[in-house]
Design a protein around this ligand. Structure first.
Ligand code: AMP
Length: 228
């Protein structure tokens, strides 16, 4: 099937990637949105941009983010509603890192101007695997490429293989903060699995596998008509 054919036949839909931090939502989101030609909306990326630009929202969000806590619902909802009202979202979009609470999920349903088809993909992975993945993560300051100390170490310590840029660890990838983020996930985000399961829109995949195999599995689920 060609990309054009796929695009014309892609129903208007909101794809939600649900999963703990470090489960690979960002990597999968990039591949899916390239394939379906829909915007990738990562609330974490939007918040980080606000922090970097030192906006009012960024100043309020920074402390929560650096300590692994959730940014208050009202702040995130404002930011998200502004983003999804942009015209590029008219034919659907993918949400990465949103919703993270039942309140956010309920607010999202109200925000959608007309009912769009929801598809929720839940990425499952153990806490131990996540701690190893995230605490080893090294990001390039220049090009954003991600290395991992354990699974894909850079050839020269501290420098990106792609562009020679300086590598750094996100403050919220430090082990203690990762543990806090996992606790927050179990307490506040995991209940969304049941929430979406009850609506019949949830499909689950094992996230601890090769990203390209995982992408094939997710694509197959998304081209099917119902949740699994
Ligand atoms: P992420 O890159 O998705 O792991 O998000 C990084 C951090 O941004 C999280 O640990 C939260 O502090 C904040 N954040 C991102 N998305 C949300 C959201 N939907 N609700 C509340 N806080 C969020």
């Amino acid at each position: 099937m060609t990309d054009t054919h796929q695009r014309q036949n892609t129903p208007r839909q909101v794809i939600i990637l649900l999963g703990p931090p470090g489960s690979g939502k960002g990597t999968q989101a990039l591949q899916i949105t390239r394939h379906l030609h829909i915007p990738h909306i990562s609330t974490g990326d939007l918040l980080r941009k606000n922090v970097k630009d030192e906006t009012e929202l960024g100043k309020l969000a920074k402390e929560y983010m650096n300590s692994g806590k959730l940014v208050p619902d009202a702040l995130v909802l404002n930011m998200l509603s502004e983003r999804i009202s942009c015209s590029d979202c008219n034919k659907g979009y993918l949400l990465d890192g949103f919703p993270r609470t039942i309140l956010q999920a309920e607010a999202l349903e109200k925000l959608l101007k007309e009912p769009m088809k929801h598809r929720v993909i839940s990425l499952n992975i153990s806490d131990d695997a996540i701690i190893k993945r995230m605490s080893g993560r090294l990001l390039c300051k220049k090009c954003g490429h991600i290395h991992n100390k354990y699974s894909s170490p850079p050839m020269r310590e501290g420098l990106c293989d792609r562009c020679n840029g300086e590598l750094y660890q996100r403050p919220d990838d430090a082990v203690d903060v990762v543990k806090e983020r996992l606790k927050v996930y179990h307490d506040q985000t995991k209940p969304l699995i049941e929430f979406y399961k009850n609506k019949g829109v949830l499909s689950s995949v094992l996230a601890d596998q090769d990203p390209s195999i995982l992408f094939t599995e997710i694509s197959r689920l998304l081209s099917g008509s119902s949740g699994k």
